[in-house]
Design a protein around this ligand. Structure first.
Ligand SMILES: [Zn+2]
Length: 297
């Protein structure tokens, strides 16, 4: 008789090396039990029947939240050392860095390409400046995390279309105005060859010129770190995120707390874990999220 081994989530291997093909087939049919029952949920989850785009029926595993987090932890680890080692071991793996600034603060989520969370960080803001400025704070933190974890392949997204447009416009013009190099205050003896001052007029067009004294140093920091990442192989681009893909990061930014969450802490925060879980297995609608953003801003 063959042995059945349940691997990870839903693979079944039958090891019947001593049997004929018929015996093996009979044993397979006799012994075959889906590890996850089609109708009755098991501790691991349920299998959902879905119709694919071409009309065929597909079966997808929908794990329970705790089983899902266990799998993600298995893939990415829960400490900075484990996460860094995993990123270094898979340099071609595309990640996602999502950022969002809200009234109360800002947040960043690092995810893998399947949208499984790896790290989530939020910062509270005591002094309200503007949603535009808070979103830029989030953009800057996103790049600092990329540097810290050595992430060189990632889709970089923010929630505000206006911020994405301004950052990309000024990024693309930072070398064009011909302003002379200036000293880098953090690294005396080093010069910065790009310009942020000349994007001030663009800032006026966006209606944010009143905060230029706060915004421009932050843009300087973003560009400095963006160039540092580019020198290691990253290609800087900030995309505006669809609202339907921003529920988790909106919630995080709006928490009004200073927190650094790896997978264990994410699991402890049930509300946040549930939002992230649903983002992977059941997206919210655009309309639902528009309503949510109205409340936040
Ligand atoms: Zn200039």
């Amino acid at each position: 008789m063959g042995q059945i081994e349940i691997q990870k989530n839903h693979l079944i291997l039958i090891l019947n090396l001593g049997l004929t093909e018929e015996e093996e087939s009979a044993a397979y049919h006799e012994e075959y039990r889906p590890p996850i029952n089609f109708n009755q949920p098991t501790p691991e989850g349920v299998v959902a029947e879905m119709t694919s785009e071409i009309g065929t029926i597909e079966y997808h595993l929908i794990p329970t939240r705790s089983y899902w987090l266990r799998m993600v932890r298995h893939d990415w680890g829960t400490t900075d050392e484990e996460i860094k080692a995993c990123i270094v071991a898979h340099p071609q793996q595309m990640l996602e860095i999502e950022v969002c600034g809200c009234y109360k603060g800002y947040g960043v989520i690092v995810r893998d390409i399947m949208r499984h969370p790896i790290i989530a960080i939020s910062r509270a803001l005591d002094d309200y400046v503007s949603p535009f400025y808070h979103e830029l704070e989030a953009v800057s933190l996103g790049l600092k995390l990329a540097l810290k974890y050595n992430i060189l392949k990632f889709n970089f997204t923010c929630v505000s279309e206006k911020v994405a447009a301004y950052v990309m416009w000024s990024w693309n013009s930072k070398l064009k105005c011909g302003c002379p190099p200036r000293d880098n205050l953090q690294n005396p003896g080093e010069k910065k060859y790009y310009c942020v001052e000349c994007s001030k007029s663009e800032l006026d067009d966006y209606g944010e010129g009143k905060d230029a004294d706060k915004i421009l140093p932050l843009v300087d920091e973003i560009f400095y770190n963006g160039l540092k990442l580019e020198s290691e192989g990253y290609r800087f681009y900030l995309f505006p995120a669809k609202l339907s893909r921003a529920k988790g990061v909106l919630h995080l930014a709006n928490s009004g707390m200073d927190q650094e969450l790896r997978l264990d802490e994410i699991e402890e925060d049930e509300k946040f874990a549930e939002i992230l879980y649903k983002e992977v297995y059941n997206h919210g609608t655009e309309q639902e999220l528009l309503l949510e953003q109205d409340i936040i801003y």
